[in-house]
Write a new protein. Structure first.
Length: 255
């Protein structure tokens, strides 16, 4: 069989067997954005559409071995990292990102929407773990995650606060930061994208979608797919936001 030339995104993330979030949602978004997903599990979660029951981290050497084998054989053009679950897995993934030298998107997964933890070791360990990854990547925290990563007193909710958080992440070494305002109020959902040279505000009409899970996973994955296809960071971020808006639109119809 001839090898596919479709650009691949290598994903390292947790498996949510319900498909709402994690690797299955990542794969769905990456295909919809025109790239091919290669999925390496960092952790298995026990969860349904309604509830998170727990998770089991996987062994970092197995994840690294799988990722390296895929990088060798497939046309991987970008990497997406979601849930890493432990400090040890984060260190292994940092090593992989440093060696791979590919565009990368890191979605800092700390807890489920229900509040259940998705990282072992508490906020300080999670902060250090994701800080070890962001020099190689566009980091995509929502307001709550930005507060934890930056030890802010409150969630950055308006566009100015989101921009300050994005600038601060870049000042602390992130290659780029896309801080998402999806949890804020108002009629528009504003995300702020900052690199070392510029900041851009990306606005879209705010959408309902009560049953929609995994919007953060899907946004980061679609962003990685855009980068894999050669789009600029800003173009890829705008298309990823459109993809999430379509997903939320479909979920709102189903509610
Ligand atoms: N499970 C996994 C494996 C995830 O990566 C995430 C979020 O990124 C979640 C669950 C949480 O999803 P939600 O916020 O939709 O509960």
């Amino acid at each position: 069989m001839a090898a596919s030339t479709t650009p691949c995104v290598l994903v390292l993330a947790g498996l949510d067997p319900s498909g709402g979030a994690g690797l299955l949602a990542d794969a769905e978004a990456i295909r919809a954005a025109g790239a091919r997903p290669l999925c390496v599990a960092t952790a298995l979660t026990a969860q349904t559409t309604r509830r998170m029951h727990g998770f089991q981290p996987l062994a970092p050497p197995l994840a690294l071995q799988t990722a390296r084998a895929l990088l060798e054989e497939e046309p991987v053009r970008a990497i997406k990292v979601g849930m890493v679950g432990t400090v040890a897995m984060a260190a292994a993934v940092a090593e992989l990102l440093a060696d791979a030298r590919l565009p990368a998107v890191v979605d800092p997964v700390l807890s489920a929407s229900s509040g259940a933890a998705l990282f072992q070791g508490g906020p300080d360990a999670a902060r250090r773990a994701y800080a070890g990854l962001w020099p190689y990547a566009v980091i995509t925290p929502n307001a709550l995650e930005a507060r934890i990563l930056l030890r802010l007193e409150e969630d950055p909710l308006d566009a100015d606060a989101l921009e300050r958080a994005a600038r601060e992440l870049v000042a602390r070494g992130a290659f780029a930061a896309l801080v998402k305002g999806g949890h804020a109020g108002g009629t528009e959902s504003v995300d702020v994208l900052c690199t070392k040279s510029a900041c851009e505000r990306l606005a879209a009409p705010r959408m309902a979608g009560k049953s929609a899970r995994g919007t953060g996973c899907r946004l980061a994955s679609a962003l990685a797919a855009g980068l894999a296809r050669g789009a600029s960071l800003e173009e890829a971020a705008r298309s990823a936001k459109d993809l999430v808006a379509r997903y939320l639109g479909a979920a709102a119809e189903a509610d």
